[in-house]
Write a protein that binds this ligand. Structure first.
Ligand code: NDP
Ligand code: OXD
Length: 310
């Protein structure tokens, strides 16, 4: 039995050291040069495996995502039927996402995003902001990451709602769900936060109709996946001022091309898919537990239904 690490361009050694603490003697191989006999590979640890690659291991039992998202796995048209998919839920990822969302929500609410510009102009121009309780924030996706972010925002005093596929009952979070819930959710949300997976259903949800539904002067924070947003519609909404600013961490094409209009949009802050970063030290206990479980014939801690795609 062997486990294979597939993460193009990344170093396997950090995972070898971290997993070794929990699974001494683990036979962890590296793609593409240290695979050995493909028939011995039973588990793959994957981040963005090349399409078609996973179908080349005849005894593969499970693919464990090295991140929270699994779109990079389920989008492979040759993904082998019957292979189990697990995803990573780890407190480090949750903490990172909470920090990212809290930072930008607070910046937009308090006008901190305009401080550098004001300072450059040497203008003593007070930024007036409403009480947090009057600032309506809407979080799209209340899973492991979105729910923690939403609850943190509520703890900061914001008036928080969430939008999900199925109804939710988090204390202090107003719940909207499904197609019918989207428009009223957007209409009440001055700051919209995307923490959604990329599926067929979540693609292009934030288009010109969605931005028009949001209050004038609203903000967008997107840390889920880039395909949620129709890029040209967001650019138009930012240029018109209807959307007063955006913090964008994820994009349809990554790296974001140097000539993409987002780089130049007003009050738009780009980070490079780093809202939450998987760290081998933090992820290893969970990945190790999943390897143990899969080899014992049990499902991973967070298994993914390929039909649902998240
Ligand atoms: P979860 O699977 O725990 O949660 C997903 C949430 O999205 C659920 O609340 C789910 O609703 C909701 N959802 C899914 N499909 C729909 C839909 N069609 N309509 C409405 N709601 C929907 O995922 P995580 O919270 O762990 O992660 C979310 C995403 O964040 C990841 O898939 C990944 O894309 C992204 N991510 C980004 C990172 C970054 O650095 N930028 C880092 C890590 C993750 P329901 O509860 O009803 O099922
Ligand atoms: C993830 C990510 O899904 O980094 O973990 O986006």
């Amino acid at each position: 039995m062997a486990v294979l690490h597939i993460h193009p361009g990344a170093d396997v050694d950090i995972w070898r050291r971290s997993l070794g603490q929990y699974l001494p003697g683990l036979d962890l191989r590296s793609w593409p040069n240290g695979i050995g006999d493909r028939a011995e590979i039973e588990v793959v640890l994957a981040w963005k495996p090349p399409p078609g690659e996973l179908a080349t291991y005849p005894n593969l039992k499970a693919v464990l995502s090295l991140g929270a998202g699994v779109d990079h796995i389920v989008s492979d048209p040759a993904f082998p039927a019957g292979v189990i998919i697990g995803r990573l839920v780890d407190p480090g990822l949750v903490q990172d996402m909470v920090q990212y969302v809290a930072h930008w929500a607070l910046s937009f609410h308090r006008g901190f995003h305009t401080v550098a510009e004001r300072q450059e102009m040497r203008t003593w121009n007070k930024f007036f902001y409403p009480p947090a309780a009057d600032r309506r924030v809407g979080v799209m996706g209340l899973g492991a990451l979105g729910s923690a972010a939403a609850l943190h925002l509520a703890g900061m005093g914001f008036d928080v709602a969430g939008w999900t596929r199925t109804p939710k009952a988090f204390e202090g979070i107003v719940s909207f769900h499904g197609d019918d819930g989207l428009l009223p959710f957007l209409q009440r949300s001055e700051i919209v936060v995307g923490v959604l997976p990329h599926t067929k259903e979540t693609e292009n949800l934030l288009d010109s109709r969605a931005f028009d539904a949001m209050p004038v002067g609203g903000f967008l924070i997107n840390a889920g996946r880039g395909a949620l947003v129709v890029d040209a519609d967001l650019v138009a909404a930012l240029e018109s001022g209807h959307i007063a600013g955006a913090a964008l961490d994820v994009f349809r094409r990554e790296p974001l091309p140097a000539d993409h209009p987002f780089w130049e949009c007003p009050n738009t802050f780009i980070t490079c898919h780093s809202a939450s970063l998987t760290k081998a030290e933090g992820g290893a206990p969970f990945i190790a537990e999943d390897i143990r479980r899969v080899l014992a014939g049990q499902p991973p801690l967070h298994s993914v239904d390929p039909a649902r795609a998240y």
